[in-house]
Design a protein around this ligand. Structure first.
Ligand SMILES: NC(=O)c1ccc[n+]([C@@H]2O[C@H](COP(=O)([O-])OP(=O)(O)OC[C@H]3O[C@@H](n4cnc5c(N)ncnc54)[C@H](OP(=O)(O)O)[C@@H]3O)[C@@H](O)[C@H]2O)c1
Length: 333
């Protein structure tokens, strides 16, 4: 396992982050503990969690497992999504984030969280209110760095500008969705992250199970997130996803690679990605994702994969500027 600096922080994280969303869901406690040990043995020092994962259960499990080695680890958790039906138990307000962080710290049985994420953009709370309470958490030593997840590029940039002008703690890390069937981040989010030198943890490298070989046109397992969970059947619904899954499986198998290994390696191969966040329901599922670190995704393989799910169009319509035979390229030099 290699280690990389997380954006412009001086913190080194493993080239794979382990996501704990399955803890208490498709992974029972024994499988969760076994996967924790498996990734630690492989050299992973970076863990992603959120208060909302099984309404605190994932944080409780993680808190139990990390005992005795807390300071060797880089732990991320999040607040924002509703934990109950109560009106203030949600959002990025000072009130909710204060309560959420204190509860997360208790469940994780730790004094601090390394990276605290706002899990989504809150259009009802002024960004400055959110940034000021995050600044207070940093001053209190309860969090070390700030991250945002599921933000558009302009939302990150706006928050970063406000933080800079008001002399508040900057955003160090983003967490967008990114896999072969979800390449939107390539248009604005990843170029913005490169420009700002942000740490980039990308989630759902397997398309929540789509790119593991078990899905294809007319092919699906009897159970699994894309079959059982309506949010995910919507996110990955439609012929495009199943066609890409089938063709991707063929490309991987032709090379003797497990599709899950190739899918994670593909996400990791984007030069701006610091670390994909891998996830699984049990140690057997997890193994191919861990093995992704041995796979080189060279330009030839990239081009073959691009044919089945091409990169999205650029963020401006000046398509000619993407070629090298024009003044656009000269300007970019
Ligand atoms: N910030 C956010 O909003 C956000 C959102 C989502 C996730 N995340 C983070 O990212 C982490 C990873 O996300 P993800 O779970 O969506 O990642 P993923 O790697 O795309 O999907 C993982 C799922 O794929 C299936 N799978 C994994 N390996 C397999 C194998 N070898 N064979 C067959 N099926 C396999 C399992 O689901 P089934 O067995 O059910 O098919 C597993 O739970 C999460 O734990 C969380 O920390 C963050």
């Amino acid at each position: 396992m290699k280690y990389k600096y997380l954006g412009k922080t001086g913190v080194q994280v493993s080239e794979l982050c382990f996501g704990t969303m399955s803890f208490g869901s498709n992974a029972d406690k024994d499988n969760s503990r076994a996967m924790y040990k498996q990734v630690r043995d492989a050299g992973v020092n970076f863990f992603d969690c959120a208060n909302v994962y099984q309404k605190g259960v994932a944080e409780e499990y993680l808190g139990e497992f990390i005992k005795g080695e807390r300071d060797d680890l880089v732990i991320a958790s999040k607040g924002f999504f509703p934990m109950t039906d109560k009106p203030n138990d949600r959002g990025a307000s000072r009130k909710n984030l204060t309560a959420s962080l204190n509860s997360s710290l208790k469940r994780l049985q730790t004094d601090y969280i390394d990276i605290y994420f706002i899990h989504g953009f809150d259009k009802n709370t002024p960004i400055e209110e959110t940034l000021r309470v995050l600044q207070d958490f940093v001053s209190q030593g309860k969090i070390l760095y700030i991250g945002v997840s599921n933000f558009a590029a302009w939302q990150v940039s706006k928050a970063m500008s406000i933080a800079e002008f008001k002399n508040l703690t900057p955003i160090h890390c983003i967490q967008p969705m990114y896999n072969l069937t979800k390449r939107q981040a390539e248009v604005e989010i990843l170029p913005m992250a490169k420009e700002e030198n942000l740490g980039v943890m990308t989630y759902s490298p397997l398309g929540a199970g789509l790119l593991t070989g078990k899905y294809g046109p007319g092919k699906a397992p009897l159970s699994g997130r894309l079959v059982d969970n309506s949010m995910y059947t919507t996110r990955y619904g439609g012929d495009f996803y199943y066609r890409v899954a089938g063709e991707f499986t063929r490309i991987a198998e032709k090379r003797g690679i497990h599709p899950a290994s190739l899918a994670v390696a593909w996400a990791a191969s984007h030069p701006v990605v610091t670390t994909p966040i891998i996830g699984a329901g049990n140690p057997e599922q997890l193994l191919p994702s861990l093995k992704s670190v041995d796979i080189v995704v060279d330009n030839e393989l990239k081009a073959e994969i691009d044919k089945i799910s091409p990169p999205p169009p650029p963020s401006t319509d000046r398509t000619e500027e993407q070629t090298k035979f024009n003044y656009g390229a000269m300007l970019q030099k």
